[in-house]
Design a protein. Sequence first.
Length: 166
Amino acid sequence: MAKGRSKNYHGNVVVYLSDFDNTSDYLNYVKDNNHQKLAREIIKLFPNTPVDYQLSYYAAENYGIERDPGWDGDDFDPDPVKGYTDIVSFKPIANYLMNHRNESNAKKLAGVKKLLAKSGYPAAKRDNLSGYHLGIYIVNNVKTSQSITDHSKLNWYGLIIGKPSS
């Protein structure tokens, strides 16, 4: 038997981006995991913008908003995004999702649509985006083994788009 990682993400509560190998691996997780319903709905808002694993990693690590039992709320300047140009951060959406983390997914999605339009990305523009890729990482109000004892839930929201540089 060869050493490796399980690709069965269906039942996992949280899988961190460092646990994936590539875009296909990450998309299988988003497609199959019970806790990725909101991510799947947000991806549908960008019908012609493929999800990219590396850009998703940047979205989470550099532009994301995270809350877990150890979160201190500090904000930081993002590291440069390598391999992409024209980065558009949807940090107000990440903030909105964090501030409304206890709302239903339907209410969150309605808020995301409204904020996308306010940011200059209404449905018509998103439908016609060309050459951009989507970076998305959503951990949406899930209980982890640590949260069982302290009654908190893990949340982490990151959303950006960018053009791959040749």
